[in-house]
Design a protein. Structure first.
Length: 586
């Protein structure tokens, strides 16, 4: 086949040889489209029973019967009618449709395995572009080399074989978004997996999007309350912040995230839980717990369980982030949990090794830092000009034997605005949530606390640090003076106060009441094993005796000196009742 001076070639395929008139019209089309004369050659193809297929370099104009049917199907997919108007709309679509003269770029599969397909013939393909195989399975380009491209496969790779046809969509990966996703469980492509029917998407958001710039953000100064006394009092999280939850396996990391979701009930916060590499049974149990407590109405779960492919596990957090951005751009506050990014990094490492990228430290590729930074940087508190919405990220990372200096933990610690470190020894001793006060930090600090919580928390962290230091020095000593014994008893009481059962987040007024009473030594002489009983009965007593006080603290977020004195008076009065009750019970 001859070519023009630029190397461009044209080949016409059909079952029957075209007439002279048809060849003349094809030559005119080529001259008009490419602005130069391109030699045309006909080749017989018995598989094309009707119509023609014109190939010009890597461009393919498919005017065969199959090509026209596929174009019409693509045209119909763009229409999303209501059920009652389906037939009239289809009739109108048939009337309006015309055969496209836009070229398709078609390639061929060279090799394929369970995760990766290598294709050639797609000269203009771009990184991140979605490809469609003949079977309907989709893939996303992740590697571009001279003459070929490698893509990860979203679906059953068994339906793809070497020699299969693949075509470009000229679109990047997107996530369907909309209000109807709340209360649902979907996979990493936005397809429902909870058996409750299809979801009508309101729009599509790209899974990969640039993070908001400095001028598009405003300071993080509004609290995202977790309902956990330990965190809200000492390591407050603000709306738009990125706070890492880190610890060994089975130390309560997911429990902290789930309690935070439960605490958003009635606060107009959209919650998105992205699970990566977890057991399907664990996810089902968590969804059941959220549903039972009324939290699924404002929550969407994006699921990429351990049985899902590495490609789906890789794309899942970006898909969840795209859904969160939809709500954030509409002025809503969003809380998104990534559980967990350790397994996300492992999935990405597996894909990178299959893509033949150079391994580095711990076999991870060199861009593994960028993998998570471009995800977490999308969390922000947007400026008022952009609607003032926010997205707060709680990434979870699993450590091995408490080693926070490992590769992935150190990467994510450097990206986030603080970390909540959960310690195995504390967890197994019954101190839950097992937050290590010394290693945990929030870099936003008091800016993300209400004035009431800031005043009530006071010196709590300092008191606990002194207690832990004193406990270490006195654990081998048997002869202690009275002052030291009282200090140790006081510290033990504070640690007991910070214990909190799962699925029972505290309201702000409850946290303020407990902190004011504890830090003013109201609970000093109560045995540690009775602290939790005292706490529960004290809160009920204050809520009954002064409901206006509780309402003021919750609504205004303030703690006046008069309110503080009222809490102390009620606490001391209740202490007397509690002691008398204890003696009578004895």
């Amino acid at each position: 086949m001859r070519s023009d001076r630029s190397g461009l070639t044209a080949e016409l395929r059909s079952a029957k040889e075209p007439t002279q008139e048809q060849q003349r019209r094809f030559a005119e089309f080529l001259s008009r489209k490419y602005r130069r004369r391109i030699p045309l050659r006909w080749e017989q193809d018995d598989s094309l029973r009707s119509g023609f297929q014109l190939r010009v370099g890597s461009d393919v104009y498919d005017w065969s019967l199959n090509g026209r049917v596929r174009q019409f199907q693509d045209y119909l997919r763009q229409i999303q009618p209501g059920q009652e108007e389906l037939l009239p709309l289809m009739h109108q679509a048939v009337e309006d449709w015309s055969l496209a003269v836009v070229p398709e770029e078609i390639g061929t599969v060279l090799t394929v395995d369970s995760e990766i397909a290598v294709v050639n013939g797609l000269e203009h393909a771009q990184y991140g572009e979605i490809l469609v195989f003949t079977s309907g399975v989709k893939g996303m380009i992740q590697d571009l080399r001279r003459g070929k491209a490698s893509c990860i496969i979203f679906g059953d790779a068994e339906e793809i074989s070497a020699g299969s046809i693949v075509r470009r969509t000229k679109k990047t990966a997107g996530m369907p978004v909309g209000e109807q996703f709340l209360g649902r469980v979907v996979d990493a492509l936005g397809v429902p997996v909870d058996g409750k029917g299809r979801i009508e998407a309101e729009s599509y958001f790209p899974v990969e999007a640039p993070a908001p710039g400095i001028l598009d953000r405003q300071p993080v100064n509004t609290p995202m309350e977790t309902g956990l006394l330990t965190i809200d009092s000492m390591f407050p999280i603000g709306r738009g912040q990125r706070e890492l939850i880190i610890g060994d396996r089975q130390t309560g990391k997911t429990a902290v995230a789930v309690d935070t979701i439960l605490n958003q009930k009635g606060k107009d916060v959209v919650c998105i839980y992205v699970e990566i590499g977890q057991k399907t049974s664990s996810v089902a149990q968590m969804v059941e717990n959220l549903s039972r407590r009324g939290a699924m109405s404002y929550t969407c779960v994006v699921s990429a369980p351990a049985g899902a492919s590495a490609a789906l596990q890789y794309i899942a957090p970006y898909a969840g982030c795209a859904l969160g951005e939809y709500f954030m751009r509409r002025g809503r506050d969003v809380l998104i949990v990534y559980d967990d990014l350790s397994k996300h990094a492992i999935a990405y490492r597996a894909l990178s090794l299959l893509l033949e990228r150079s391994p580095g430290r711990e076999a991870y590729p060199g861009d593994v830092f960028y993998l998570h930074s471009r995800l977490l940087e999308r969390a922000a508190h947007l400026s008022d000009e952009l609607g003032g919405g926010s997205m707060t990220a709680l990434p979870i990372v699993e450590t091995q034997a408490g080693d926070v200096s490992a590769y992935i933990p150190t990467n994510i610690i450097s990206i986030t605005d603080g970390q909540i470190f959960l310690e195995s020894d504390l967890f197994f001793s019954g101190q839950r949530p097992a937050v290590n006060v010394g290693l945990s930090v929030s870099r936003v600090g008091g800016d993300a606390q209400t004035k009431a919580m800031k005043k009530a928390a006071g010196t709590l962290r300092l008191e606990l640090a002194q207690y832990r230091e004193m406990e270490v020095f006195t654990q081998f000593s048997s002869d202690l003076d009275e002052a030291t014994k009282r200090q140790l008893a006081y510290g033990q009481g504070l640690m007991r106060l910070l214990r909190q059962p799962q699925y029972a987040p505290f309201a702000q007024h409850q946290q303020v009441v407990m902190l004011v009473a504890a830090l003013n030594h109201v609970m000093q002489d109560i045995p540690p094993e009775r602290i939790e009983d005292f706490r529960g009965r004290l809160l009920a007593y204050v809520e009954e005796a002064s409901p206006d006080l509780c309402r003021r603290i919750d609504m205004a977020g303030l703690l006046t000196p008069e309110d503080r004195e009222e809490i102390l008076a009620l606490s001391r009065k209740f202490l007397t009742v509690f002691r008398d009750g204890g003696k009578r019970g004895a």
